[in-house]
Ligand binder design. Structure first.
Ligand code: SF4
Ligand code: SF4
Length: 199
């Protein structure tokens, strides 16, 4: 256990849909999305994004967009930047979620997240018994390169949530705490988008 060190198996599972009910979600921030769209344009890659973490702002009738997610290719069911021969083709520019993987952020409630391990990674599957009992300090040792990225990811998410809170308490926005699915779907259809970004 003490000697366990993460080594990616280069299987590509994390860049593809997984069979079953689970829906693959690779979250990206608006600034990362812009960068990836530019790279895709330059390379002629068919790259599309879908809104992911959003809040309705009933003061201004806006949908606040905090993150997007990568739309997987219909044919390969994988990220359009994945190549079978070499894996991630934007390795040096990949989004924080991919840099931190197999560490991920797990949503605890509407505004809080925690660092966790994605059980779908094949390294995690192979070492599940050891990882299951590992505390944060051990995870820091096992995922030496990924842990600081996960912390960066966590800090950025926290800043975003604080920004939303600040906008709320200063009455610049109002997020309803109870909302029906019908209402939410109507807002999604009718309202403009406003990206919320932090550095
Ligand atoms: S950006 Fe790279 S690492 Fe991230 S999902 Fe796409 S191919 Fe995989
Ligand atoms: S699923 Fe895990 S082991 Fe496989 S490529 Fe992704 S990070 Fe590496």
């Amino acid at each position: 256990m003490i000697d366990l060190v993460y080594k990616c198996k280069l299987c590509g599972t994390c860049c593809h849909e997984v069979p079953g009910d689970y829906v693959k979600r690779i979250p990206i921030y608006p600034d990362e999305a812009d960068k990836m769209i530019d790279i895709a344009k330059e390379r002629g890659v068919n790259f599309k994004i879908i809104e992911d973490l959003v809040f309705p702002d009933i003061n201004n009738e806006n949908i606040l967009v905090l993150t997007y997610r990568i739309r997987l290719d219909n044919e390969t069911q994988g990220c359009p930047f994945y190549a079978k021969s070499k894996g991630c083709t934007i390795h040096d520019m990949k989004p924080l979620a991919c840099q931190a993987y197999p560490l991920a952020l797990k949503r605890q409630d509407a505004f809080n997240f925690a660092i966790s391990i994605d059980p779908l990674c094949n390294f995690v599957v192979e070492n599940y018994d050891n990882l299951e009992t590992a505390d944060m300090e051990k995870l820091r040792t096992i995922f030496k390169e990924e842990y600081p990225k996960a912390e960066k990811f966590y800090r950025k998410n926290k800043k975003l949530m604080f920004k939303i809170r600040k906008l709320e308490v200063t009455n610049q926005i109002k997020i309803p705490h109870e909302i029906s699915i019908e209402e939410f779907n109507n807002y999604l259809k009718q309202w403009s988008r406003k990206e919320i970004t932090v550095k």
